[in-house]
Design a protein. Structure first.
Length: 182
């Protein structure tokens, strides 16, 4: 007698997958400015003088805000509901963290804030871009191979199918596959 049991496997959440980044900081230089993201800590924009390697100007673009992140993601069941509209691939899915209460902006008199967008990409974690969405409000994209393990990667659109048929060549039998679009 064979007894089948149903075993439910709990998939890890995006935050559980990103847990390995705790304590890590990532730096990206774009022209005069450098940007540093310390995971679940803070984001800063700074300029270093070449000769002295001394920070001569610095702005905090936000401090990790667990409550704002939870509120932002509250109605989202998983990563697949968010898409980055500015991505080269508009269907690029991401998981977001909110960083608030940065340095006061001279133009708006409001604290700077940043949405950090984690996307699936390999081979290593890195800041791939930072853009200013509006005055002193930023979006920073982090490529992370850890998110490639999330179940949203399994929901890919099938664009083609393979049709297989048996065929004989002389004495040997083999399987010949023909690709055809659906």
């Amino acid at each position: 007698m064979i007894v089948e049991t149903e075993e439910r496997v709990k998939l890890k959440t995006p935050d559980e997958l990103l847990e390995v980044l705790k304590g890590s900081c990532f730096v990206r230089q774009e022209g005069w400015w450098s940007y540093e993201l310390c995971y679940q800590n803070k984001i800063r924009q700074f300029h270093v003088e070449d000769e002295k390697e001394k920070v001569v100007q610095e702005f905090i673009l936000g401090v990790y805000d667990e409550e704002a992140t939870a509120a932002f993601n509250q109605n989202l069941s998983d990563i697949s509901t968010l898409k980055d509209p500015r991505s080269k691939d508009a269907s690029q899915r991401y998981h977001a963290h909110q960083y608030t209460n940065g340095t006061i902006c001279d133009l708006t008199n409001e604290p700077r804030e940043t949405e950090v967008r984690f996307v699936c990409s390999g081979p290593g974690a890195m800041i791939s871009s930072i853009i200013e969405l509006s005055t002193c409000k930023y979006a920073l994209t982090v490529q992370s191979p850890m998110l490639c393990k999330h179940s949203f990667r399994l929901h890919l659109t099938v664009q083609g199918a393979m049709k297989c048929q048996s065929s004989c060549y002389g004495e040997k039998s083999s399987l010949r596959c023909l690709a055809s679009l659906v």
